[in-house]
Design a protein around this ligand. Structure first.
Ligand code: FE2
Ligand code: FE2
Length: 335
């Protein structure tokens, strides 16, 4: 069965009833749920985006877990542990959201450890100083918030709902990062230098987290038409910089962009050129820590094998026990 609608551009296009329902839901800003029909391209694009996002949360635990044993105080250690644990939780919500689209956890994990799946290239940068815990929270989690708040309204229900909870936790992450930097900036000259050096290293990679410029972002238009994505990469990057400038002033750090200036006409902060060659190098697996991050993930997967096997053995024992109880009950009822 087909119905015919006339889109804006004039020519009549025939859609199946299911496709028309899908288009209507998107048009009405309503939500697509796992039970609803959806175009294959929409499903594939969501699986790609959500699984990449999940992998980023999981790999993103590594640069910070590097500092758990060396945090400068018990309080900092407890906060950092909670934060890294939150990231594991974010990975789990997102893997679950991808599973509602038919992706399996095993396939997603295999793709990650085989080096076939992408994750955010920001996590391939090293964390040589304690101040990096501040910069990651302030800049990396800060960029994540700018990217993710609009995703709370993503057209796919399970993804949008996962993002609501994730965003609440991300704002705690950003504040704890800001507070680490603030404390260092109020400390000795050496501590201030450590904070500034860290901001210098993380600022540009954080801006690259929004993805390539709009005219070089092939999937963006379709993703926006499907209302998965709500704003362009450059628009979100601009919002982020506008948010950072006053915060950097409170901290007393300098953002490492000598071309950064306030544009009276647009009332926005104009930024200097981004070095996209570096972005593509890191994306292609040639970042400082790419190989190490993947190896660590592979080792962790291997080390966890016995846990997965034990959990599977326990689950099948429980199922067998339930089945035999049910058989006994049925036999008793029948006699
Ligand atoms: Fe996260
Ligand atoms: Fe976070």
């Amino acid at each position: 069965m087909t119905s015919t609608i006339t889109p804006d551009r004039g020519a009549a296009v025939a859609f199946s009833v299911e496709e028309q329902q899908f288009n209507d839901l998107i048009e009405a800003d309503s939500r697509i749920e796992p039970r609803d029909w959806m175009p294959e391209g929409y499903r594939r694009s969501l699986v790609r985006q959500i699984s990449q996002h999940a992998h980023s949360e999981i790999i993103g635990m590594q640069p910070e877990s590097n500092w758990i044993t060396r945090a400068p105080s018990l309080k900092r250690k407890a906060i950092l542990m909670a934060k890294v644990q939150d990231e594991a939780g974010h990975g789990l919500y997102l893997y679950s959201a991808a599973q509602t689209l038919g992706a399996t956890r095993d396939d997603m994990t295999d793709a990650l450890i085989a080096g076939k799946a992408r994750y955010s290239s920001i996590f391939n940068y090293p964390t040589p100083s304690w101040a990096d815990m501040g910069s990651i929270g302030w800049l990396v989690d800060g960029a994540a918030i700018c990217n993710q708040v609009p995703l709370c309204r993503a057209s796919y229900g399970p993804y949008g709902r996962a993002m609501v909870r994730i965003c609440k936790e991300e704002s705690f992450h950003q504040r704890q990062g800001f507070e680490i930097l603030l404390e260092l900036m109020q400390g000795t000259a050496e501590q201030r230098q450590m904070a500034q050096d860290s901001v210098d290293r993380w600022y540009w990679p954080a801006l690259m987290m929004f993805g390539p410029p709009d005219d070089d972002s092939p999937n963006s238009a379709q993703s926006m038409a499907w209302k998965i994505k709500r704003h362009s990469n450059d628009e979100l990057r601009q919002r982020f910089v506008n948010m950072l400038v006053p915060q950097a002033a409170v901290l007393g750090v300098t953002l490492p962009d000598s071309d950064l200036h306030f544009n009276e006409e647009t009332q926005q902060w104009d930024l200097g050129e981004i070095d996209w060659t570096e972005f593509h190098e890191v994306l292609a697996g040639r970042g400082a820590n790419n190989a190490q991050r993947l190896q660590r993930r592979r080792d962790a997967h291997e080390e966890g094998r016995w846990v997965r096997e034990a959990a599977a053995a326990y689950a099948s024992k429980q199922t067998a026990r339930k089945e035999s109880t049910l058989t006994t009950e049925l036999e008793t009822a029948a006699s």
